[in-house]
Design a protein. Sequence first.
Length: 129
Amino acid sequence: MPCGSCGGRKHAAAPPAANQTMAPQMSTQMSADNIVWVMLNDGNIGQHPIVGVITKTNYNPRAHGEKFKMILADARAMPHKYIIVDDPNAVPVMVTIADTPTMAEPPEPIKVAEFATWPKKAGRPKKVA
């Protein structure tokens, strides 16, 4: 089939055939147990391509601090660069709080009449010169 951008002079290349030997291996890598959320911690500025060290999976261009899904083997291979985090899309679990303890009642205030009947404190002895 001719290419449209060159006026029909060149033919487009056929796409490569899929490698059937990799299909069983990829299915075990992509199970739910092997996928984790990670945060990229590389300190680079801007987006840059991320490729897994173990599986050679392309994780698309990512920026420092970005959270994305990654195969567990790739994340464990470089724990200083890929920090495993909780799923940011997870719905928080509602926590029920037990009955809140009540505060004790404050003590009764001292009445003026009672205060007047208390013995007076002995003052400091005066300095003798």
